[in-house]
Write a protein that binds this ligand. Structure first.
Ligand code: ADP
Length: 390
């Protein structure tokens, strides 16, 4: 198909006119040929289908009342065909019936437009041109999207390669530093080695976060979903991070409602999300602060709520809507190390579990993050207590 530079019309489209009234078919074909299109005719459903398969037309003008296989069926076969070109052919239905149900049924079957007999050849021509234009625009868009997709995939492969290449020497550096820490008797060197070791660990973790992101959306994760008791999982994560809080003299309180229903989830990813939230609370809370982690029943036992509250630096109101997006950091957070991927990973994990995350924060006062995860269906909901929200 080409565009005529003077009229702007598309020319050279392959059109099949399917109409059992031969005179009408001939007239329609003649009018469309005059517009520079390549037109073929079919006079029954079976012949139409043969010609569609062989010629893969851009557009089919399709009468509904055909001997043998009718127009509805031909339209259904077009839309269900395995060949993309056939499936995406434009279909203009023709019918002697003007009933709204016929029109709706035609559109439901995948027809792009519907014309009631009698019609003027000029009207048919206009409708055909419109459909061809739409189809051409959709093709261009589709090609652009596929090209973009291809480029993104290339970039992703490149990124994964770089991340893998960076991880190997980093891990080796960290391991060597750890080894030297054990063998070095001089106190003053120990601090330097500890620094190398911890920074290599931090960088490795960042790289892993980037990898998780490019592995979107956590390929294979859903396979690892299991019934999970949330209270021990949160407790374990709090205990894991307690030493880091201790280094900043931050007190971490843990509170949990008893007998909570289980959640259907991936232990690995839920723990990762919790680690990110608690590590953030520690990171963004100054020396001597306080963190409260709690697990509660929510929405009359329909979900479980995990709350992480700190009295740290808080988040500026303008930054709040952006913090769950990848690589977004708060303007008051730049004094701390980070790349802005932690919360986006949390959000992704929560979404995949069918839950949600809420945040309330006030600069200089602190932040409260609440993860709300649906209870594993089949487990009887328990009424009663709610969390610290509302
Ligand atoms: P990073 O911590 O690497 O910057 P995150 O995605 O984990 O990235 O967090 C995004 C931003 O959200 C942070 O830069 C910070 O501004 C804000 N933030 C997250 N948690 C807290 C918190 N507990 N207290 C204050 N700000 C926080």
């Amino acid at each position: 198909m080409k565009k005529d530079n003077e009229t702007g019309d598309l020319k050279g489209a392959k059109i099949l006119v399917v109409e059992d009234e031969r005179d009408l078919a001939g007239m329609v074909a003649f009018a469309l040929r005059k517009r520079g299109h390549e037109v073929d005719e079919a006079h029954d459903g079976a012949d139409a289908w043969r010609k569609i398969r062989a010629g893969k037309p851009d557009l089919v003008v399709l009468d509904l009342m055909l001997p043998g296989v009718d127009g509805w069926e031909v339209c259904r076969m077009i839309r269900r065909d395995e060949t993309k070109e056939i499936r995406e052919a434009a279909v203009l239905m023709l019918s002697a019936r003007a009933e709204a149900e016929d029109r709706v049924h035609g559109l439901e079957l995948g027809a792009d437009d519907y014309l009631t007999k009698p019609f003027s050849l000029e009207e048919l021509r206009l409708r055909v041109e419109k459909l061809l234009e739409k189809r051409q625009a959709a093709r261009v868009l589709y090609e652009e999207v596929s090209q973009l997709h291809g480029k993104m995939q290339e970039q992703e492969v490149g990124l994964r390669r770089v991340v893998h290449d960076l991880k190997t020497p980093l891990i080796a550096m960290g391991a060597s530093a750890k080894l030297m820490m054990r063998r070095t008797p001089q106190e003053e060197n120990l601090d330097f080695l500890k620094n190398i070791y911890e920074n290599s660990l931090r960088l490795t973790r960042w790289l892993e976060e980037i990898l998780v992101f490019s592995d979107s959306p956590f390929k294979g994760m859903m396979g690892g979903m299991e019934e999970t008791e949330i209270q021990p999982l949160v407790k374990r994560t709090v205990d894991l991070l307690r030493p880091a809080a201790g280094e900043k003299n931050i007190e971490v309180a843990f509170e949990s409602q008893s007998s909570l229903p289980p959640v259907l989830g991936s232990v690995k990813w839920m723990q990762r999300a919790l680690e990110n939230l608690i590590a953030n609370a520690i990171k963004y809370t100054p020396e001597g602060g306080r963190i409260e982690v709690g697990v509660f029943s929510h929405a009359e036992g329909e979900s479980v709520e995990i709350v992480i509250k700190d009295n740290g630096i808080g988040i500026l109101p303008d930054d709040l809507p952006k913090i769950f997006e990848p690589f977004q950091r708060g303007r008051n957070a730049l004094g701390e190390k980070g790349i802005g991927l932690g919360l986006s990973l949390v959000k992704e994990v929560v979404d995949l579990h069918g839950g949600r995350i809420e945040v309330k924060s006030e600069p200089q006062k602190g932040s409260t993050f609440a993860l709300i995860l649906p209870v594993h269906k089949g487990f009887p909901p328990k009424g009663g207590a709610t969390g610290i929200y509302n």
